[in-house]
Design a protein around this ligand. Structure first.
Ligand code: ADP
Length: 216
């Protein structure tokens, strides 16, 4: 199973990425974690990106794309599956990730979009700030990260819809419930990815079901 995730900060990418990785026995490639690890170890790369991370800005594309290529090569050697968490964050990264995937015969089967509104996201990030003290979980930085998400990341969701690999879930509910819905959707996708070409698939939107059944 090859999954990439697109989600605003605070939607639960890290938690759900770990769940998907464990369930399918695939590597969890989390660029934010990789970058923070470089910062903590004070590597040359870490020193170069720290400023961007602290401000809540994107680091240069080449840096994360090198990480993706390296991680994909490692994933290829261990079965070819992966869950990619944190990439792509803009259209250039989306295209480049697709090209890297093509060159290794491992493009994503599913683009998993976690949807949540800004008020809930802001609340979660501030709660996390009190617990973990991440340098980018301050009120000002959170606002910048959310703005960047809306301006440059969210527009790529439509591209995956056109490719037929998009699955959207409502990430406003408790993590356990969101996780269950994700695994159910991915298990269904797993059975069709080898049988149905991307061009014949339709995007799956699981966010409106409550309304359809008279909720809200
Ligand atoms: P969040 O989604 O909560 O912002 P992440 O751990 O995914 O958390 O990312 C933290 C930071 O790492 C981002 O604000 C950005 O500075 C950097 N980063 C991670 N992935 C990328 C990427 N694909 N492109 C550019 N910057 C990235």
């Amino acid at each position: 199973m090859r999954v990439l995730m697109i989600a605003p900060p605070g939607a639960g990418k890290g938690t759900q990425g770990a769940l998907i990785a464990t369930h399918f026995g695939i590597p969890h490639i989390a660029t934010g974690d990789l970058l923070r690890d470089h910062v903590a170890r004070r590597t040359p790369l870490g020193l170069a990106v720290q400023r961007h991370l602290d401000k809540g800005e994107l680091v240069p594309d080449e840096i994360v794309l090198d990480m993706v290529r390296e991680a994909f090569e490692a994933a290829a050697a261990s079965g070819g599956g992966y869950v990619l968490d944190g990439v792509p964050r803009n259209m250039a990264q989306a295209r480049a990730t697709y090209q890297i995937g093509l060159s290794l015969g491992m493009t994503a089967d599913v683009a998993l979009h976690l949807q949540a509104d800004d008020r809930e996201l802001g609340r979660r990030l501030l709660a996390r700030a009190a617990l973990e003290g991440r340098s980018d979980d301050t009120e000002e930085t959170i606002a910048r990260r959310l703005r960047i998400y809306h301006e440059v990341t969210h527009p790529i969701v439509a591209w995956y819809g056109e490719r037929g690999i998009l699955v959207t879930v409502d990430a406003m509910r408790p993590a356990e419930q969101v996780g269950r819905e994700i695994l159910t959707a991915l298990e269904v996708m797993r059975s069709i990815v080898d049988l149905v070409p991307e061009s014949a698939r339709r995007p799956i939107d699981l966010t409106g079901l409550g309304a359809a059944f008279g909720e809200r």
